[in-house]
Design a protein around this ligand. Structure first.
Ligand code: B12
Length: 667
C-alpha cells in the first residue's frame, strides 16, 4: 500500500506520466569461423566506425524524442573483443537486477538492442544475437551495409550504373523478410538526420517508445557536410591496438565496379564533411591521446572536394607540433593525374595509401567495370609514393574470369616488381548488394547460401571462374604465402628512408603473416590472441564434445607457441637484413667467419645479419645422423658453439629491439 501511494504521489508530481527507463544496447556483431566459434580476440585492430557513429546519433535522437523524465542509457559493445563480451554479461545481470528494482517501483522499462554496421558475413551472427536478446525481452533493430545493400539491389533495383540495365526481382531479400516476420525492425540507409529535418532514426526510436514501430525505416543518403563526427570514447579505443581511429570524412563512390557494393550502399555522389569538422577531430585526438593516428575511411580521399583544405589544415597542425599520421583509400588514376597530391599528402602526415588494384589483367578489369584502372602506370605511382615515404598498400582480388593459379602468381611477382609494399588479397565476391551479386541471383546461378562465408576469405561461387572453388581458395592461400616471403618483406622495407615507416611496415607485415598463417582469417577481420568459447558457438554448428574441444585448445596453444617462435625468427631476419643492407658502413656479413674479431663484430656490433647464421645452421643440419658419429659430430658441435652464442645474443637483442619498435610505433 505504501509503495502504491508513493507511486501515485510521484505520478502526480510528474504530470501524470509514469517514469521510464530506456536502455539502448548497440552491438557490432562479429562472425563465426568454419567450426562455428565466434571470432573473438583479446585485442582487435580498429574500432568499428559505425558503432560510435550510431551511438552518437542515438544519444542525440533519444534526447530529442523522449519525455524529459525518461532516463536513457546507451551502451556500445564490440562482439569481437573478449573483454567486451564480459562487459555484455555484466550489463545483462545489472539489467536484470535493475528490472527487479524498477518493477518494485512500477517504473516502465524498455530495452532496445541495435545491431550496428552489420556486414553480410556478420549477418548470421547478428541474427543469433537478435534471437538471444528477443528472448530477454528486447526490441531489436538492425542496420548496416548488408541490410542497405541487399534491399537496394533486390527490392529497389540498381540504376545509374553505366553498365547497361541491371535485373531486379523487386523482392525483399528472404533473410530480411524472415527477420521482419520475427518482429525485427529493419533500418535501411544512413542514420544521420537530413538537413531538411527528416530524421528516420529519431522517428524509429519515437515509434518504438510509443509502442508502434514500423517494419522498415529508410534513412536514405543524407548530406553529411555538417554532420558531427562521433565523440571519442576513451575505453572503446583502449581495447584496440595502437589507438588507430577510423574517421569517415566522406561517403559514396563515382565508379561502376561490378564487384563492389559501395555504390549501392552510399550512392555515386561523393558526400563530404566540412573540413573544419575533420580538422577539429584530429585536434581533439591529439589533445586526448597526445597524437592522432587515423584511418580515413572514405572510399576515395583523392576525390574528396575538400581534400586541399583538409591537407593544408593538417600540414599547419603538424607545423604547430601536433603528431599526426593517417592512411587513406584512393584510386590510382586520381593520384597519377594530380601531381601535387602526393607531396601534399606526405606533408600532412599520410603514411599509407590503400589502392584498389584488383587485377593486373586488363581483360579482368574491363569485365569487372573497373575501366579507370586499365592501362595505368602502377610502377610510376609506386615510385612517387616511395619518394614521399608513403607505403603502397594494394588490394588484389582473385577469382576474375581470366584468373588462373599461374596468372595470379605472375601478377603477384609483377606487383612486387612495381613496388607494392603491402598487399591485401580478397576472393572476389559476389558481395551482396553488388551488381555481380544481383546478376548471379537473377540468372539462377549456383552460390553459397551461407552469408557467414561472404567475408572474401571463402569462394562462394564457381560462376565465371576458370578454376574450381577449391582451386580458387588454394590459389588465394598461395598468394598470401607468395607475397609475404622474407625476401619480399625485406625488399619492401628497403624502399623507405624513414625508420619509423620501416618499423610500421614490419608490424603490419607481422599482423598479416600471423592472421593468415595462424588465425586462418582475413587480417582485416582478425585481431591479437583468439578466444574460443565452448558455450558461444553457432547454433547449427557440428556438435563438438568438451573433451575434443579441450584437445583442440591445447593444440591451438601449442601452435601459438610454435608459430610465435617462427614469427620471432622470421621477422628478426626481416629486420636485421633490412637494417644491415641500409647501413652506410658496408661490411661483409655473409660468407664464412673470419676469426674472433669478425665474430665479435657480427654478434655484438651494429651489423647483425641472419644470413651467415642461417647458412651455418643449414650446413649443420645437413649432417643429420652423422652428427651422432663421435668424430664428425664433435667437430661440428665445437664449431657450432660461437654460432649458438650469437643466436642467444641475437634473440636477446631482437627481443629488446622489438620492444622498442612497438613502443615507438605505438607512441
Ligand atoms: C572502413 C571499412 C572497413 C574497415 C573497418 C574500419 C572500422 N572498423 O570501422 C576495415 C578495413 C577493417 C574493413 C574490413 C572489411 N570490410 Co569494409 N569497409 C569499410 C568502408 C570503406 C567504410 C565503412 C565505414 O566506416 N562507414 C562509415 C559508417 C559510419 O557507415 P555505415 O557502417 O554504413 O553506418 C551507417 C549506416 O549504415 C547506418 N547504420 C549502420 N548500422 C546501423 C544500425 C542501426 C540500428 C541504425 C539505425 C543505423 C545503422 O547508420 C550509419 C551512419 O549513417 C566500407 C565501404 C563503405 N563506403 O561503406 C567497407 C565495407 C563495409 N567493407 C566491406 C567488406 C566486405 C569488408 C571485409 C569483409 C573485407 C575483407 N575481407 O577485408 C572486412 C570485414 C571486416 C569486419 N569487421 O568483419 C563491404 C561490406 C559489404 C557487405 N555487403 O556487407 C563494404 C561495404 C565495402 C564493399 N566493397 O562493398 N572495412
Amino acid at each position: 500500500m505504501f509503495f502504491v501511494n508513493q507511486f501515485r504521489q510521484l505520478e502526480q508530481t510528474m504530470n501524470k506520466k509514469p517514469q521510464r527507463r530506456i536502455a539502448m544496447l548497440l552491438i557490432a556483431p562479429s562472425k563465426y569461423d568454419d567450426q562455428g566459434f565466434v571470432h573473438r580476440y583479446l585485442k582487435g585492430v580498429i574500432t568499428t566506425a559505425s558503432l560510435s557513429t550510431v551511438a552518437m546519433l542515438t544519444d542525440q535522437a533519444l534526447v530529442r524524442s523522449t519525455f524529459q523524465r525518461d532516463k536513457v542509457t546507451v551502451k556500445t559493445f564490440e562482439d569481437s573483443i573478449y573483454w567486451q563480451k564480459l562487459s555484455i554479461a555484466w550489463f545483462y545481470w545489472i539489467w536484470r537486477i535493475c528490472c527487479l528494482w524498477y518493477s518494485c517501483r512500477r517504473i516502465k522499462i524498455k530495452l532496445i538492442v541495435g545491431l550496428v554496421g552489420v556486414q553480410s558475413h556478420q549477418f548470421p551472427r547478428a541474427v543469433d544475437l537478435i534471437h538471444l536478446w528477443q528472448k530477454r525481452g528486447a526490441i531489436c533493430v538492425i542496420g548496416g551495409s548488408h541490410v542497405t545493400g541487399s534491399i537496394t539491389a533486390m527490392l529497389d533495383g540498381l540504376k545509374d550504373r553505366g553498365n547497361g540495365p541491371i535485373p531486379c526481382p523487386h523482392q525483399m531479400p528472404p533473410e530480411i523478410q524472415s527477420l521482419q516476420k520475427e518482429g525485427v525492425i529493419i533500418f535501411h540507409g544512413e542514420a544521420e538526420p537530413h538537413p531538411n529535418g527528416t530524421d528516420a532514426w529519431q522517428q524509429c526510436l519515437r515509434d518504438i517508445l510509443d509502442g508502434q514501430p514500423q517494419v522498415l525505416y529508410r534513412g536514405g543518403q543524407p548530406d553529411i557536410t555538417n554532420a558531427p563526427l562521433p565523440a571519442l570514447t576513451g575505453p572503446a579505443i583502449k581495447y584496440f591496438s595502437r589507438r588507430l581511429v577510423p574517421l569517415n570524412e566522406s561517403r559514396g563512390c563515382p565508379f561502376h565496379c561490378k564487384f563492389c557494393s559501395v555504390i549501392t550502399i552510399q550512392g555515386r555522389l561523393i558526400r563530404c564533411r566540412r573540413p573544419s569538422i575533420v580538422l577539429d577531430y584530429f585536434r581533439q585526438l591529439c589533445d586526448r591521446y597526445g597524437r592522432a593516428r587515423v584511418f580515413i575511411t572514405g572510399d576515395n580521399f583523392a576525390r574528396n572536394k575538400y581534400r586541399q583544405q583538409i591537407l593544408a589544415g593538417l600540414s599547419d597542425l603538424r607545423r604547430q607540433g601536433l603528431r599526426i599520421t593517417f592512411m587513406i583509400q584512393a584510386d590510382i588514376d586520381a593520384c597519377l593525374q594530380d601531381e601535387t597530391l602526393l607531396p601534399q599528402l606526405a606533408a600532412a602526415g599520410c603514411n599509407m595509401i590503400f589502392f584498389g588494384v584488383e587485377s593486373l589483367n586488363q581483360q579482368n578489369l574491363l569485365a569487372a567495370g573497373k575501366k579507370h584502372n586499365v592501362g595505368r602506370d602502377l610502377s610510376t605511382l609506386c615510385a612517387k609514393c616511395h619518394q614521399h615515404n608513403i607505403i603502397v598498400h594494394a588490394a588484389y582480388m582473385i577469382g576474375f574470369p581470366f584468373d588462373t593459379p599461374q596468372s595470379v602468381q605472375q601478377d603477384i611477382d609483377q606487383l612486387m616488381a612495381f613496388g607494392a609494399d603491402h598487399v591485401s588479397f580478397y576472393i572476389r565476391g559476389p558481395i551482396p548488394g553488388s551488381e555481380d551479386w544481383i546478376n548471379l541471383i537473377c540468372s539462377g546461378q549456383n552460390f553459397d547460401p551461407d552469408m557467414n562465408n561472404y567475408d572474401s576469405f571463402h569462394c562462394v561461387t564457381d560462376h565465371d571462374l576458370r578454376m574450381s572453388r577449391q582451386e580458387c581458395e588454394a590459389t588465394f592461400q598461395a598468394a598470401w604465402r607468395h607475397f609475404y616471403r622474407i625476401p619480399n618483406m625485406i625488399k619492401a622495407r628497403q624502399r623507405f628512408t624513414d625508420r619509423s615507416i620501416r618499423w610500421g611496415l614490419l608490424l603490419v607485415h607481422l599482423w598479416y603473416w600471423w592472421s593468415v598463417k595462424v588465425e586462418h582469417s582475413h587480417p582485416m577481420l582478425s585481431g591479437f590472441y583468439r578466444f574460443r568459447s565452448y558455450r558461444d558457438r553457432r547454433p547449427n554448428a557440428r556438435p563438438l564434445s568438451f573433451g575434443r574441444y579441450l584437445i583442440q585448445e591445447i593444440w591451438r596453444h601449442l601452435r601459438y607457441l610454435g608459430y610465435g617462435l617462427a614469427a620471432f625468427y622470421t621477422f628478426q631476419q626481416v629486420e636485421l637484413e633490412t637494417e644491415c643492407s641500409l647501413t652506410e658502413k658496408k661490411i661483409a656479413v655473409t660468407g664464412q667467419l673470419r676469426g674472433i674479431g669478425d665474430w665479435f663484430m657480427r654478434t655484438f656490433g651494429e651489423h647483425m645479419s641472419r644470413r651467415w647464421l642461417n647458412d651455418f645452421w643449414l650446413g649443420y643440419a645437413r649432417n643429420r645422423w652423422r652428427l651422432l658419429h663421435p668424430l664428425v659430430g664433435i667437430r661440428w658441435h665445437i664449431k657450432m658453439l660461437p654460432y649458438a652464442i650469437t643466436e642467444i645474443v641475437y634473440t636477446i637483442r631482437f627481443a629488446w629491439m622489438l620492444r622498442q619498435i612497438i613502443k615507438v610505433v605505438r607512441a
